[in-house]
Design a protein around this ligand. Structure first.
Ligand code: AMP
Ligand code: MG
Length: 327
């Protein structure tokens, strides 16, 4: 720790990386894929170019995966793929296929077909509101991933109804992190920190040491970056879903952005946040959302379906903390 000039908190969202400022580090931060993204790597003569490539790749992924742009490839699928199957990029196909699989593995708690419900609530956007019960009931049957048909040979997506809309907001940041980690490894970078709006990936060991990284989990009860928990990890992703990320209050009730696909309403249980620690950031992202929907007991039941050594940290509304490990 003697190299540390000070501890800096890298993000205001769920998982926080507690890092040391070090002269030998190159870093770049940009607003892309709907959030503030930072990548840090050891300084070398090619580091600046590698970081530039990382952010070009993130810009490219945004033009494919964004649910909030009318011109993304996903938007094209959402507006036209109910008429006839649409051939899509490898990335979009891969991520929709993975999302369908995770939806099955989580008994529908994570569902990429939730797009119309997300738009109905508009949480975090100017038009956020509590929809009429009738609107929610009308949207529910279309928000199931069985309505997304994939042709593995032609890489085409077909939507079985014009009311089914795909939203990858609960997995895309993690998927993007995995892609950037692949790019870094290809460039010979074996130690890096990625923080995509609180979705953290720590590649290898802490810069210039043989030590683990320290990743903090935010205390959901506080507005600031006070930590509830910290983890010593390496070569892994830590992703958190919580009630404090995007929400509005109406009549004293908090309406937040994680929806239960079975009811169409923001999840109301005894949880404040769920963090998932595992090798795949796409999985960590999707499962943080899914386990938040499922709650502690149901997560315990489904956890053996996933990667060995996966860790799940639950922070409850009363401030208590529980951890599950997939042994
Ligand atoms: P996250 O912050 O990763 O939990 O993702 C939340 C975002 O994913 C929301 O803003 C929605 O766009 C979308 N979403 C909300 N609930 C679900 C769900 N149950 N399954 C899949 N996506 C969801
Ligand atoms: Mg997620």
């Amino acid at each position: 720790m003697k190299h540390c000039l000070k501890i800096i908190l890298l993000a205001l969202l769920g998982s926080l990386l507690i890092a040391c400022r070090h002269n030998g580090i190159s870093e770049r931060t940009e607003f892309v894929i709907g959030t503030v993204c930072t990548v840090k790597i050891p300084q070398t003569t090619s580091a600046e170019n590698i970081l530039k490539d990382c952010f070009s790749e993130l810009q490219r992924l945004e033009t494919i995966l964004s649910a909030n742009s009318n011109s993304s490839e996903l938007a094209r699928v959402n507006t036209t793929a109910h008429k006839k199957p649409v051939a899509v990029s490898d990335e979009l196909f891969e991520l929709v296929a993975l999302s369908k699989k995770i939806s099955e593995q989580t008994d529908g708690a994570f569902d990429p077909a939730i797009g119309a419900l997300v738009k109905l609530w508009g949480i975090g956007f100017e038009n956020e509101r509590i929809p009429e019960q009738a609107e929610i009931e009308a949207a529910l049957p279309f928000a199931v991933s069985d309505n997304i048909a994939l042709n593995m040979q032609t890489k085409e997506i077909f939507l079985r109804s014009k009311n089914t809309k795909i939203d990858l907001g609960a997995i895309a940041k993690g998927y993007a992190a995995d892609k950037i980690v692949m790019l870094l490894k290809k460039q010979g970078v074996h130690s890096a920190v990625l923080d995509f709006g609180g979705n953290v990936f720590v590649l290898g060991k802490k810069f210039f040491t043989d030590e683990d990284w320290t990743v903090g989990i935010r205390n959901p009860a506080r507005k600031n970056t006070e930590l509830a928990f910290s983890l010593k990890v390496n070569d892994t992703s830590v992703v958190t879903s919580g009630i404090y990320e995007r929400f509005f209050f109406k009549d004293g009730i908090r309406y937040h952005h994680v929806l239960d696909p079975k009811t169409g309403y923001p999840v109301r249980n005894n949880l404040a946040s769920v963090s998932v620690v595992c090798k795949s950031s796409a999985y960590a992202d999707a499962l943080a959302t899914a386990f938040f929907v499922l709650g502690y007991e149901k997560t315990k039941a489904v956890l053996p379906r996933f990667e060995k050594n996966m860790r799940v940290i639950f922070i409850f509304a009363d401030g208590s903390i529980e951890e599950l490990r997939n042994m």
